[in-house]
Write a protein that binds this ligand. Structure first.
Ligand code: PBG
Length: 308
């Protein structure tokens, strides 16, 4: 009877699994603060994605850890960069799997910021060019969706324009439209080796105290041509997800970020929480708030749970 009257139902296809790809072969390096998540070389990534496909996940989103980082984030838009090569391999080996690429510079800059540094600060407009060529290089490699996560103003329009010009007018943009300057990204920065070397990201990410500002940020992205909008993190921002759903007639995604995952896993390891129930309750609440798409490190486990 409960099933008959249940308002919120989850399916494996609601989930997108974030994956970290690194150079080398046979590499499967566990991320300390994110048990069960790995830095994967392309061959291992392919195996992981075959599993994702067999679990009928909605897709994967790729983050790259380049061989070397520099001032100009050259790995981010190199046609033969780590993510670009990974996408090519996936489209060859697991062609049916939906592949989203994260478009950002922080994993590729020596200073760990998401953009070009001019006079000690991130220069918004100078960064747009890197983002646009990064997105085009991903689309060329075969990415199904590009997902800018940098929070520079005007990047959706810049990326849309560059994609169209390069012949990728059918490649959608999933924009990290309301991305907060959150402490919950901590474990990710270990995973992606992208902690800023000075300062923080508060000049380009949002103040956790604001929800009306999120609506303004999202509507800018919508007008610039975003196809899917995302709120990030998820659980501390359920009200923002709800507001976005009510306001915009576009699919809404939410990112259950690394810290949200690690908190649950750590508590479970200590015997303080039931891992499975905490996982499903958190995902249900994000879906109930209105998100159609959930990016989560629990994607495989949750899909297995639902199939069980
Ligand atoms: C890149 C990016 C970050 C995350 C996704 N894309 C890190 C950041 O902004 O510092 C965080 C994801 C997570 O914590 O799981 N800009």
């Amino acid at each position: 009877m409960r099933r008959l009257v249940r308002e919120t139902v989850l399916e494996p296809s609601d989930f997108v699994l974030p994956l970290f790809v690194c150079p080398g072969e046979g590499v499967r390096r566990e991320i300390g603060a994110m048990p069960g998540n790995y830095q994967l070389s392309i061959d291992e990534l392919v195996k992981e994605c075959q599993e994702a496909q067999s679990l009928a996940l909605g897709g994967v989103i790729l983050f790259g850890i380049p061989e070397s980082k520099d001032e100009t984030a050259s790995g981010a838009y190199d046609e033969h960069g780590i993510v670009q090569e990974a996408v090519r391999a996936l489209k060859r080996e697991v062609p049916e799997l939906l592949v989203i690429t994260d478009v950002c510079n922080c994993e590729y800059t020596s200073h760990g910021h998401c953009g070009k540094i001019v006079d000690g600060d991130v220069d918004n407009d100078a960064t747009l060019e890197w983002l646009a060529s990064g997105a085009v290089s991903h689309a060329k490699a075969g990415a199904d969706i590009v997902a800018p996560s940098d929070m520079m103003d005007g990047r959706v329009a810049a990326i849309r324009g560059a994609l169209d010009e390069a012949g990728f007018s059918n490649t959608p943009i999933l924009s990290y439209a309301a991305k907060y300057a959150s402490v919950f990204y901590g474990p990710f920065r270990e995973a992606a080796e992208s902690a800023p070397q000075f300062g923080d990201r508060r000049s380009y990410q949002m103040d956790p105290a604001n929800v009306r500002e999120a609506i303004r940020e999202i509507s800018l992205d919508v007008h610039e041509g975003a196809d899917i909008i995302m709120v990030k993190p998820a659980m501390p921002y359920l009200d923002v997800i709800r507001a976005a759903c009510e306001r915009f007639q576009l699919p809404v995604a939410a990112y259950q970020v690394s810290g949200e995952f690690s908190m649950i896993v750590a508590a479970a390891q200590n015997g303080w929480l039931d891992r499975e129930r905490a996982m499903m309750e958190s995902l249900t609440s994000i879906r109930r708030a209105g998100a159609e798409i959930i990016l989560t490190y629990f994607a495989k486990d949750a899909a297995r749970f639902l199939g069980a």
